[in-house]
Design a protein around this ligand. Structure first.
Ligand code: ISE
Length: 338
């Protein structure tokens, strides 16, 4: 492909607008050719960062107008399936923000439809796999230098969340990242999920009961705990401590500006995932664009990974509402997604 890849961005909310800027200003080999967004104000704001992009309210219209070579879906998860289906039917490469869809049944249907094509067309936006810290930790685990991995202690802290954030979103909007990245790190799928409630943060929105502790077991015996905390106040922090037979490793500690003043030492911390993972998002989109341009179509987590995460989310929601250790059963990965 010699021309720039024409990407249609579906959904111009926070992530969609961020991706418009990224593709326009930092990604090479691609251009935002269409913005698909029913809200006129949002569409106009995003269009200001995408010179020449056409505006549509439905993905079907952008496809019919031959305005896109590839689709980047950044709507809320419950609106992914209605975009994935026509985009797959048009055989377009797709980068779909997490989650793939909002239920394992609908994710399964997407996987079934995709398997009718010649190869995977969907990459799922689990951007942590493109973060330098996560990549280094995965390399250390795979090298065996510190012995076998025993446990992962994960912290997932948001300073606060909007009123629209519900209790279930603790699982399917937030812990969904750990449901993807932990098996990728640990080399085995999740076999069970448990949720523990402790003391409630009095600063949490009235409709939320959190922080929660999510416990996972992997098929290879590795144990994982995730502190899921969306009212941490101080900033945005995603950190992991890995426990090995012969040592420990940590990623995600604050690494910003260090300052010494008035007898105090301080290190800047992020306040949003858009800055904490900015480089990971850039790498993710650049590698996806490169893969689409050279015909591989996917370079990262695929729809099967999205389906596995959806199964974990369902187990997580069951554990969130009814307690207990909830098993996660999954079929074997088809050769199509090897
Ligand atoms: C948000 O949707 C994200 O994807 C962030 O990465 C996550 O940290 C946050 O909890 C979610 O609400």
């Amino acid at each position: 492909m010699t021309e720039d890849l024409r990407v249609g961005i579906v959904g111009a909310g926070r992530m969609g607008a961020d991706h418009v800027q990224r593709i326009t200003n930092r990604v090479s080999g691609a251009v935002v050719s269409a913005i698909v967004e029913p809200d006129a104000g949002r569409a106009a704001a995003a269009a200001a960062d995408a010179p020449g992009a056409q505006a549509f309210t439905r993905i079907e219209d952008a496809i019919a107008a031959d305005a896109v070579d590839a689709v980047l879906i950044a709507t809320p998860g419950q609106f992914h399936a209605p975009v994935l289906v026509p985009a797959l039917e048009a055989r377009l490469p797709i980068l779909c923000e997490k989650p793939l869809t909002d239920t394992s049944a609908s994710s399964w249907q997407i996987v079934q439809r995709e398997m009718q094509l010649d190869r995977p067309h969907i990459q799922v936006g689990f951007m942590r796999r493109f973060d330098a810290g996560y990549e280094a930790l995965r390399g250390l685990i795979a090298s065996g230098e510190s012995g076998a991995l025993m446990m992962l202690h994960c912290a997932h802290r948001n300073p606060s969340v909007p009123d629209s954030y519900t209790q279930d979103m603790l699982i399917y909007d937030s812990v969904v990242h750990e449901f993807d990245v932990v098996p990728w790190l640990g080399g085995a799928r999740v076999t069970s999920v448990e949720v523990k409630y402790g003391r409630r943060n009095s600063l949490s929105p009235a409709h939320l009961r959190e922080p929660i502790l999510v416990l996972m077991e992997l098929e290879n015996g590795v144990l994982v705990d995730v502190e899921m905390n969306v009212s941490a106040q101080f900033g945005y922090q995603v950190a992991t401590e890995a426990v090995f037979e012969k040592g420990i490793a940590r990623i995600g500690e604050p690494s910003g500006l260090q300052s010494w003043r008035d007898g105090r030492f301080a290190v800047d911390e992020h306040v949003s995932f858009t800055t904490r993972f900015a480089a990971a998002y850039d790498t993710q989109i650049q590698r996806w664009v490169n893969a689409v341009r050279d015909g591989r179509l996917v370079d990262g987590p695929n729809a099967w990974d999205g389906y596995l995460a959806a199964l974990c989310c369902e187990a997580g929601l069951e554990a969130l509402h009814h307690g207990g250790v909830v098993p996660v059963e999954a079929p074997d990965r088809p050769a199509f997604y090897a």
